[in-house]
Each structure stands twice: as C-alpha cells, then as structure tokens.
Ligand binder design. Structure first.
Ligand SMILES: [Ca+2]
Ligand SMILES: [Ca+2]
Length: 291
C-alpha cells in the first residue's frame, strides 16, 4: 500500500493537485480522493499514522501560542469597552438627575420671577397713584399758598399763623365760606394771648369761628371741637343769651368778637344772619385745613 501511495503521488506530482487524469480505457479518477483513499488504507493496515513525533508536537504548541494574543487582546478591548459603557451609563444617570434638578429649579425660579413681576407691577401702579396724589397736593398747596400769601400780605402773623379780615360784611355762613375760599378758616381762639392778639387787629365787631347752630348751648368751633374742650371763654357779662328780640326766630347762634357798642375784647352771640366783617386764620406752613 505504501508503494501505491507513493506511486500515485509520483503520478499526481506532475499533473498537479486537484487535477484529474484520464486513465486508460476512459476512467477519470479524482486524484485527491485517490490519495486519501490510499492514506486511509495505510492507516487501517496498522501503519503508525497516529504516531506523533514529540519534537513536531512541541513545534505545533509553540506555533499556536501566538494565535492566542488576538483573543486576549480582543477580550481586553471588550472589557475596556464594557467598563466604558458602564461609566457612560453612570455619567448619563448623573447628568439626567442634574438635568431634572435644574429643570425643577428653573420652574421654581420662573414661578418666583412671575410673583416678583406681579408685585413689581403692583408697586409701580401704587407709585403712579402716589405720584398723581403728590402732584395734586402740590397743586393744591400752591393754589392755597398763593391765596394765603395774597391775603396775608395785608394780614398779621402770630405764632406761625396768619390772621386777616374780610373787607366786606357778610353773614356768618358767608364769612365761613369766604375764609375757606382763601385757604383759611374763621378764627379759633385757644387762649388769652390769642384773644388779645386778635383783639389788637380789629377796630369793630368781627365774626369768629364759633356757633351753636346745630345744638343750642353746645358751642363748637369750625374745626368741630367743643368750646368746653378749650376751656377758655371771653363772653360778655350775660352772653350768650340766644336773644330772639333782634328779629331772628332762631335766636342767636353765632359768635362775634365785640358788638355794635364796641367791647371788642369780649364775645357776643348774635343772629347768624347779621352781616359783619370776619377774621380768618391760617397756619403759614399748613394748607390742608378742611372744614
Ligand atoms: Ca344760640
Ligand atoms: Ca347775645
């Protein structure tokens, strides 16, 4: 058999591996199959075909060792890639958490900002209203100051107040309204010094800001304070007597300093319909007196 194998190899060597030869009498034989057939036959006949030369085996192991490096390298690369993926996953979760936290903070800030904007808008509206009021007050003050200055140019000052008399005789109501039109009010007398000062400014009877028109015998000043509160009166003898003999059925409900006989340093009640000049009073640094 061994001889046949080598014989076939000699034949095939010059024909080439994998080629076919044409045998006599028209038989084509696959040469590879013939070789393997011969080899198998040799092994079956007990030839030492499975014997491995130790030197050859050592050479095979040493030659297969380098083929493991790509596998090891591939495993290392896979491990690195896996670690990278895990790290990316962790980073993604952290970023996602931070993003959610920032979004929540952003929403809270938006709500807070909206609230601040609303308050700011309210404050601006209040400021505009205050500015309007301030302008109106300045205008009123300017108008009042202008009126007061005009009247006080011919009046007299006493303890920060200006006193001036009307030039025309009027009823008590007309006198009250006249003083108001000048940014002042009918004079209110709080003490003896003020009484004496007003007395020094007049040469005949004048209306003052005192009456009991609303309730008989309850005398009130034009600022609505009760006469009893000031605890200072300068009535003449039996005054006030609410005398009805003068022709006014309501009697006498308005107070004047002096009467037709003089007596200018005393008070008299008289008919409010009588016409007299009046004394007005205004604080020089205050124009918001509202009667
Ligand atoms: Ca009266
Ligand atoms: Ca009287």
């Amino acid at each position: 058999m061994e001889g046949d194998i080598y014989a076939n190899k000699e034949i095939f060597s010059h024909l080439g591996k994998g080629s076919k030869t044409r045998l006599p009498k028209g038989q084509n034989i696959d040469m590879d199959m013939e070789i393997y057939a011969n080899t198998d036959a040799k092994e079956l006949n007990g030839a030492p075909s499975c014997h491995v030369d130790p030197s050859a085996q050592t050479g095979a192991e040493s030659s297969s060792a380098p083929h493991r490096w790509p596998q090891v390298l591939l495993a290392v690369l896979c491990l690195i890639l896996l670690c990278g993926l895990v790290a990316l996953g962790v980073l993604y979760v952290e970023k996602r958490n931070k993003s959610d936290s920032l979004e929540a903070q952003n929403r809270n800030l938006s709500v807070f900002l909206f609230s601040v904007e609303q308050k700011l808008a309210g404050t601006e509206r209040n400021l505009e209203e205050l500015l309007v009021k301030h302008r109106n007050l300045l205008k009123n003050f300017s108008d009042s100051a202008s009126k007061v200055c005009t009247e006080c140019a011919n009046g007299k000052n006493y303890q920060g107040k200006c006193y001036f008399s009307s030039t025309e005789k009027m009823t008590w109501i007309q006198s009250r309204d006249y003083c108001k039109s000048k940014g002042a009010h009918l004079v209110i007398i709080h003490n003896k010094k003020e009484q004496d000062f007003v007395h020094s400014t007049i040469e005949e009877t004048r209306w003052i800001g005192l009456s009991d028109r609303e309730t008989e015998r309850t005398w009130r000043w034009v600022d609505n304070t009760l006469l009893s509160q000031t605890n200072t009166t300068f009535w003449w003898q039996n005054e006030p007597d609410n005398w009805i003999g003068g022709g006014d059925p309501n009697g006498e409900d308005c107070a004047s300093m002096g009467d037709h006989n003089g007596n200018l340093n005393y008070w008299f009640d008289a008919s409010c319909e009588k016409k007299k000049k009046c004394v007005c009073e205004v604080e020089l640094f205050r124009s918001d007196f509202d009667l």
